[in-house]
Design a protein around this ligand. Structure first.
Ligand code: ADP
Ligand code: ASP
Ligand code: MG
Length: 435
């Protein structure tokens, strides 16, 4: 029989009411045999995700503070779910043991992973399913990649009779220590499970009917996207369309397992399907996504174009500080690097000092309120004057462009705008290409 892996995100597991919807979805299709769960997310907009509370516990422990009051809130969330659904599990004992383990092991990854662990234990008991512990079978390399042997070992555990439940978000290091993916990483766990069991489909259940052409929090009622390619998804997700983690495509794209993003609150409604190739359509733009909080670091030096190795030396300064860069637009005598603020952290002053000392630029400028917007679509390359239309749409609203990068494949145009213009710029691009 063919198999479907279904991953339920934190928004689908926030409370008992959502648990009931999840159970109904699983029970409605006998092919839904492998279930991957996140930790309970927000029940309302000001609520706090379990994972955020666990990370708070970790920083409190580091500061020598008592985590008991915060853990009490975590305890209440799980106990409410168990009591509301009358689940036959020794929840106090499980929570006591978890609190104790957190104090003993105390690493950030271990503590953050307990949200998924507890949720997985509770759901497995409730559904009478087998619990698979990812810390035993899902090995994550230091570069975040998964080795082929892991898929085989995990596949053996996940296959077999009956339903299985695996917590998302974590696995283990090659040395056997609990390791988490980055935030939102249960999406990756679901993709790893799908490849491990050679699933026919990876269903990712969330709180929206799939991908919209733009973030519904920024654009009112954006158009729904029926089909996306893995590549378009990766570009949009990386640039902030966080409905799915951008790294989720690696495990599934090679074997060509499709992903469907569906709404737990509207299981029969529209959804987005992600595949390797999509038939050519008339759309120019598939989606728009953006991220805030970048630095643009620009240098200017007369005759830079004649200095062999200058660009390499500039980039090497970032490398030697362990900082990834996103884009590096260049001119004849200018070169810029765009980096995420979170990647550079406290290192900005020492990077700037090294640039001045080793490259002696005529001008060094840092823009610290840059937001980037990616406009993505396989139809862009066929659209004469695409870049002009996009820039005009922005200039009509008085939005100043800080930087433009039309990737070499011309299916992803990145523009940089000031932070204050971010929302307005997303709306301007959306309205221009909504069609
Ligand atoms: P989950 O709890 O299921 O992991 P997430 O919060 O990680 O869910 O992802 C779903 C959210 O992604 C939606 O509620 C929506 O606000 C947001 N989102 C951002 N960009 C988009 C987009 N282009 N289309 C749909 N949703 C988007
Ligand atoms: N619970 C984790 C987070 O909040 C992982 C996930 O939900 O995918 O980031
Ligand atoms: Mg998510």
């Amino acid at each position: 029989m063919s198999l479907k892996v279904c991953k339920f995100g934190g928004s689908s597991l926030a409370d008992a009411e959502h648990f009931l919807k999840v159970r109904a979805i699983i029970n409605s299709d006998p092919e839904r045999k492998v279930v991957v769960v996140s930790a309970p997310g927000k029940r309302f907009s000001d609520d706090v995700k379990i994972t955020d509370m666990l990370l708070l516990c970790h920083s409190m422990l580091e500061q020598g503070l008592d985590i008991a009051p915060v853990f009490q809130k975590i305890r209440t969330r799980y106990k409410e779910i168990v009591q509301d659904l009358n689940i036959d599990i020794h929840i106090d004992a499980l929570l006591d043991e978890t609190e104790n383990d957190m104090r003993t092991i105390a690493t950030k990854d271990f503590m953050a992973s307990r949200g998924e662990y507890l949720c997985g234990k509770i759901i497995a008991t409730w559904l009478g399913a087998r619990f698979v512990e990812p810390a035993e079978f899902l090995q994550i390399e230091s570069n975040g990649l998964i080795k082929e042997e892991t898929y085989e070992r995990l596949g053996e555990q996940l296959k077999g009779d009956g339903l299985v439940v695996m917590p998302g978000f974590y696995g283990c290091t090659p040395a056997g220590k609990v390791k988490t993916f980055s935030r939102g990483g249960s999406d990756i766990s679901g993709a790893v499970a799908a490849r491990a069991v050679r699933a026919e489909l990876y269903e990712n259940w969330t709180d929206v009917n799939g991908f919209m052409m733009a973030d519904p929090r920024l654009v009112e009622n954006p158009k729904h996207i029926e089909t996306l390619t893995y590549k378009e998804l990766r570009e949009l997700a990386y640039m902030g369309a966080n409905v799915l983690h951008d790294e989720s495509i690696y495990p599934v794209s090679e074997p060509g397992i499709p992903i469907e993003i569906k709404n737990t609150n509207d299981p029969d409604g529209s959804f987005t399907r992600i595949v390797a190739r999509r038939p050519k359509d008339d759309r120019i733009v598939t989606g728009i996504a953006g991220r805030k909080d970048f630095y643009l670091i620009q240098i200017e030096k007369i005759l830079m174009n004649k200095m062999v190795g200058f660009g390499r030396r500039f980039l090497q300064i970032f490398e030697s500080h362990g900082v990834n860069f996103e884009h590096a637009p260049t001119g004849i005598d200018t070169m810029s690097v765009i980096v995420r603020k979170e990647f550079i952290g406290e290192q900005l002053p020492s990077i700037l000092e090294e640039i001045k000392r080793t490259l002696q630029p005529d001008r060094l400028e840092v823009t610290d309120n840059l937001a980037l917007i990616a406009t993505v679509g396989q139809g862009m390359i066929r659209c004469v004057g695409f870049a002009g239309r996009l820039c005009t749409a922005l200039s009509k609203r008085g939005i100043n462009l800080q930087v433009i990068d039309l990737g070499s494949t011309q299916d992803n145009m990145i523009v940089g705008v000031e932070l204050n213009d971010f929302e307005e710029a997303v709306r301007a691009i959306y309205e221009e290409f909504e069609q």
